[in-house]
Design a protein around this ligand. Structure first.
Ligand code: GLV
Ligand code: MN
Ligand code: MN
Length: 472
């Protein structure tokens, strides 16, 4: 109840703020005349066209932390956990909060038909392809407050930082909040960025996709104020080359940076993810009366397949191959009823796409042989996505390295084992990612944490990288 009161009064507050910020946007006018000036004149610091003086980049880490904490309160589960699922009430409130902050940063805000949110700082050569940064704010059930959020709030703060420094971008800078990076509601990861990258398969799938309450994607989107026009989802597609560069800031979600005492991870590649849905159907029956030789237990078929996933992953012989059964549902779900149906969702990834595909093939073969041996039916083996890895762009990697060096921050090249919207932005734009350390590498759980210092370092590297890329 308290939470409810809190969120509705906050809502009024944000609504007022948003209205103010919208008028701030429309009333926003660069006072700098003429618009094209040298970097020196804008910054007040001596630098050539590609170098912004690193001392001028001052991040308001304390305020950024307050925003992270505030955003975390828009959650379906209690603190310290965060649960924010696509198009729910808390997701919609959180979206308003992001738009309000974008407005306060002087960005002009627009949303597309699935709710990807864009905030633009117009450059002095607005006809050039912009440079973009962003991430997501949706949160899987009982997760933490930093995954994705650092890359959205941090990117907005990077704009504030650049503005405070006196910098003026040549190319426009776009901050993007992507819709549903997490697959929680509709089972589709990176929904917003996947669609932006022009996935026809996703476009088609969205016509019939429903959540576990049988609410269709389109109805859910409409209830949040999106997808109002019929068939307008193609308007989300971006042409290749729409952006000159895309850079995402994110917590590492692994322990390497913290273990090695390194401030910045520069991502060279993102591992290839795949997800599969499997359904078995068996005979069911009474847990006491049906004797063991006469059972066709769909639950045991699922359990056996879960173990087979682990086996096939380990058979790859590489530490880079991983597999997880994160969802396992039994029907009817009564202690004294043999499961007549089971449902598994399998996540498998590898930096080597071929090796990951071999795992998928083996899991499929196992599902068929387990079904046969147990006399159950393999009702569904549906590969939801089977994405290739993404490789970072060399010139963005160089820009991130030199930004780290100019800021005197230790850095190392690394692979992202988690997927990100960058995986799909790489299809329409040169891509790069900046990682910061997080406590014990924890992620997707409430203990997820990153220090204000590490976040601020990441924002400074992001700001300087965006500045460099925007001048190219
Ligand atoms: C992203 O959330 C992932 O699962 O890698
Ligand atoms: Mn995540
Ligand atoms: Mn994330």
């Amino acid at each position: 109840m308290l939470l409810r009161c809190g969120s509705s009064s906050s809502l009024i507050f944000y609504a007022l703020f948003y209205l103010c910020s919208v008028s701030a946007i429309s009333g926003y006018k660069d006072t700098d005349e003429p618009t094209i000036r040298t970097m020196n004149e804008f910054s007040g610091y001596p630098f050539d066209e590609t170098q912004l003086h690193s001392q001028a980049l001052i991040v308001d880490g304390e305020n950024l932390q307050k925003q992270i904490d505030e955003l975390a309160t828009f959650s379906d589960t209690p603190v310290p956990s965060v649960t924010r699922v696509l198009y729910t009430e808390n997701d919609v409130i959180a979206r308003r909060y992001i738009k309000m902050l974008m407005g306060l940063a002087g960005l002009s805000v627009r949303e597309d038909a699935v709710g990807n949110i864009f905030g633009r700082w117009e450059g002095y050569e607005p006809n050039l392809a912009p440079v973009a940064s962003g991430s997501h704010i949706d949160a899987i059930p009982y997760s933490g407050k930093y995954d994705g959020v650092v890359g959205v709030l941090g990117a907005i703060e990077s704009i504030n930082t650049l503005r405070r420094s006196g910098f003026k971008p040549r190319r426009s800078l776009d901050i993007i909040m992507f819709t549903s990076e997490e697959p929680t509601r509709f089972g589709i990861s990176c929904l917003g960025s996947r669609l932006m990258a022009g996935s026809e398969i996703l476009l088609k799938a969205l016509e019939t996709t429903v959540d576990n309450q049988n609410i269709s994607f389109v109805d859910a989107a409409r209830s949040a104020g999106y997808a109002q026009e019929k068939n307008d989802l193609t308007s989300v597609f971006l042409k290749k080359g729409s952006y000159a560069a895309f850079v995402e800031l994110h917590i590492e979600q692994g322990p390497i940076l913290e273990d090695e005492g390194i401030s910045i991870g520069i991502v060279t590649a993102i591992a290839a993810p795949a997800s599969i849905k499997v359904d078995f159907e068996g005979g069911g029956g009474h847990a006491g009366a049906v004797l063991m030789p006469y059972r066709n237990d769909a639950g045991l078929a699922a359990a056996q397949l879960a173990l087979a996933v682990e086996k096939h992953v380990l058979e790859s012989g590489s530490i880079d191959t991983v597999g997880t059964v994160g969802i396992l549902d039994l029907h009817p779900g009564a202690i004294n009823s043999i499961p007549s149906k089971s449902h598994l969702e399998i996540d498998t990834r590898d930096i080597d796409e071929e090796r990951r595909n071999k795992v998928i093939k083996k899991v499929h073969d196992s599902a068929e042989s387990i079904a046969k041996a147990r006399g159950v039916r393999l009702a569904e083996f549906n590969i939801i996505n089977q994405d290739p890895p993404a490789i970072s762009d060399d010139s963005i990697v160089k820009a991130m390295i030199s930004a780290s060096e100019e800021l005197n921050l230790s850095h190392k090249l690394m692979i992202s084992r988690a997927y990100h919207d960058s995986l799909f932005m790489a299809r329409v734009s040169p891509m790069g990612m900046i990682f910061i350390p997080c406590f014990k590498g924890y992620s997707h759980k409430p203990e997820e944490h990153a220090s204000v210092q590490d976040i601020s370092n990441g924002v400074r590297v992001l700001a300087l990288t965006l500045a460099k890329l925007s001048q190219k």
